[in-house]
Design a protein around this ligand. Sequence first.
Ligand code: ZN
Length: 265
Amino acid sequence: MSDDVDPLVAGGPSSSDLPIPATALVVVAHPDDAELQAGATLAKWARSGCDVHHLVLTDGSLGTWDPEMDPSTLVALRHAEQRAAAAVLRRGAGDDTRVHLLDLPDGELTASIATRGLVAEVIRRVRPQVVVGHDPWKRYRLHPDHAAAGRLCVEGIVAARDPGFHREQIDAGLAPHRPDALLLFEPDVANHAESVTAQDHATRLDALECFTSQIATTHLYKVDVAGSEDPIASWRSRELDSMRAVGAWAGVELAEAFHLLSEQL
Ligand SMILES: [Zn+2]
């Protein structure tokens, strides 16, 4: 989980394992954020019949260390990677209409009213019982897109549920929608755990391996590549260890940690 503040408070989570939602929407800044931060939970829900949708806010055009990489080539690659990863999480169920790509400029995301309206529109169309997103209140966060995406998710829910927001959508036939729960991943303070199986965890890693453009910069970052004969195996092992640590906190074998908001919705 997080580097700076341990979100796993003493005593374990206050709640575990939401009912499997019929429909879930994960709202993220970049391709791969959903799989990195909540992939095993999304895999669990999908195998239990949940219709999992992704809303990816930026185009991912800054996600490279290669100065020669053409941005439009990278964007097309990241679209394909995200669609492939989402299909792995969904185990082939559903189709690409479940991946909603806003293609806002990577690195420039702001919680503007216009962008909030775009998020609310997707929520009003998809009508998820559970929304999953970045924690906008996480301390010591560096990446501006993650903070902005968290705000857009939270404020997009308010705008989606209240009929006075973005009336042009209501006038166009989209009804307001109020989700039952919001799960914030990479939480500042975790209060909820989703237990997952080893298969859910493996599905998450398989989905993450679809992001071939990110393996060096994200997956293997902080893995001792030079000292490892098989860096991918080392990475998979490290990921399993962190999911076991959350599981120990939650009193199960493997889990992902969240901050659950439900009464506030
Ligand atoms: Zn990201």
